[in-house]
Ligand binder design. Sequence first.
Ligand code: MN
Length: 298
Amino acid sequence: MVADLELQESRNVKVGNLDVRRALPRRQHRTVGAWCFADHFGPEQVAPGRGADIGPHPHMGLQTVTWIITGELTHFDSLGSDQLLVPGQLNLMSAGRGVSHSEESTRQYEGTIHGIQLWIAQPDVTRFDAAAFEHHAELPMLDLADTTATVLLGEFGAVASTARRDSDLLGVELVIRSDVVVPTRSDYEYCLIVLEGTIEVGEIVASPGQSVYVPTGREEIRVRARDNARVMVLGGVPFDSDIVMWWNFVARSRDEIDDAVASWSSDDGRFGRVASSLARIDSPLPAWQPASHKSLPR
Ligand code: MN
């Protein structure tokens, strides 16, 4: 007995200047494999002074995966990285115990920006490691009849990405011109996030702002594109730890989050420094913390 597919509605949120459709996390599915966060941004016009700029902010316990369809972004981080990202390339940052970064468009780019930012929860074996950054200028591609697959992370068909993976997962972008049978692993669950066009999966019809959750137990997924469609397929073995996700941090307890907030707020060096002209983003106060005396008038 194979469980049913589910249509998921993304949540509309604002991140910096950009309108974002947040596909993950969902109440029903906090994670898909180790994938714990998915923000589909644009297509939107950006220009100097009104860019897709996110100033320096910290991360821990997760990997950031940045993928753009149109436009360009520059990634700066506390490891000293200064990396331009253009369509077809992958930026992958592993936060481990702490890193900070900014993503900027203002200085060099005017035009349309469209893409997706994803986070992957790191397992216990790597989440306390030192931070790392990878840029992949070329990724393996695979043709499936009328579909082109670009493999960001993991193995798909006969090809595999060399990008770092801390758990058993897959990230692949499909550009589908008609119908495709997507080979799947029965021990993986999947989320198909529609970036462009409209797809049909079984009885489900999904467009940008929607995604299709596919539970474990399937050997393939049949996807029909009504028009040319672009889909980000995230998959993985269901994540075996209960995560606590708050602001830019992924942890296992509120105490770990409290420590990270304190480190970022006091700038104690744990998250390093980013060489950026943008303002550092302050941490909000976790909802579970009583308002501290510092916030009261003196
Ligand atoms: Mn970030």
